[in-house]
Design a protein around this ligand. Structure first.
Ligand code: NAP
Length: 258
């Protein structure tokens, strides 16, 4: 049996109250990690508790707004007070904002940037000092960070996150800390539950696998990137998108020529 070697490792997951973050927290705990699941809610979100009883590791919940610098220092102090180090960080928390190019305000751009980009910067600043060699950081991007995409503030934030990831991989690599990015495509979560039918249909038409993804399919890749199985992988970007970003628009041509 292959061991993921997460036993005894402490991993922080942001935005873990629902959707992909909750699935990541559950899978990591099931794989033996001590998971510190964080989200905006003051009490442990219902979706996070479900399934944790089957965990091999442990799952504790802490309130954290990723855009709040003091919140990150508080979390780091609490982790230190427990006598723990940090072996993994999943910068998963993210918000979307659907205004189009000619309508987006500076306030729209700032709001998304504060969570999707600054939230990840603050997380790395607060927790990397608690990391030793062999630790791993996973940033959650999006196919919107690989191509053009219709919501401009969200798209720009996910491209910015790629830049952050590469800087972090370069600067933290000498300390033995790896930094990688996953880029989910259309994943069924509360974030996408309200997507217009037109968005769903057009996305499926652009997706070679012809379906949407599940939160477990993203969590599995995050688990791999946190585990020592990926010990020589850093600065990498992995789409988890059914092939959506891979064809550069050629799928509609291929489909038309059938
Ligand atoms: P989701 O269902 O909306 O869950 C996101 C979680 O993050 C929620 O629990 C949310 O809390 C929390 N959150 C929001 N703002 C926060 C903040 N300032 N601090 C801490 N937590 C905060 O989203 P998801 O679909 O699982 O997405 C997870 C990540 O994947 C995001 O980075 C997203 O951009 C990315 N992604 C998703 C998709 C997709 O198709 N679902 C595709 C590409 C990329 P509240 O509910 O209380 O606001």
């Amino acid at each position: 049996m292959v061991s993921l070697q997460l036993e005894g490792r402490t991993v922080v997951v942001t935005g873990a109250g629902q959707g992909q973050g909750a699935a990541e927290a559950r899978l990591l705990a099931e794989s033996g990690a001590r998971v510190i699941a964080t989200d905006l809610s003051a009490v442990i979100p219902a979706g996070l508790g479900a399934g944790s009883s089957a965990s091999a590791g442990a799952l504790v919940y802490r309130q954290l707004d990723v855009s709040d610098e003091a919140g990150w220092s508080g979390l780091a102090s609490w982790i230190r007070s427990q006598g723990w180090q940090v072996d993994g960080l999943v910068n998963n928390a993210g918000i979307t904002q659907r205004s189009r190019l000619l309508d987006a305000s500076v306030a729209d751009l700032k709001k998304v940037y504060e969570v999707n980009v600054a939230g990840s910067v603050l997380g790395i600043q607060a927790l990397s000092p608690l990391m030793r060699s062999g630790s791993s950081i996973v940033n959650v991007g999006s196919v919107a960070g690989l191509t053009a995409h219709y919501p401009v503030a969200y798209t720009a934030s996910k491209w910015a996150l790629r830049g952050l990831s590469q800087v972090a991989a370069m600067e933290l690599g000498p300390r033995g800390i790896r930094v990688n990015t996953v880029h989910p495509g259309f994943i069924e979560t509360p974030m996408t539950a309200g997507a217009k039918p037109e968005f769903r249909q057009s996305t499926l038409a652009e997706t070679p696998l012809g379906r949407t993804g599940s939160v477990e399919e993203v969590a599995g890749v995050v688990l791999f990137l946190l585990s020592p199985l990926s010990s020589f992988v850093t600065g990498a970007e992995m789409p988890v998108d059914g092939g959506q970003a891979s064809h550069g628009g050629a799928k509609s041509i291929s489909d038309a020529l059938h």
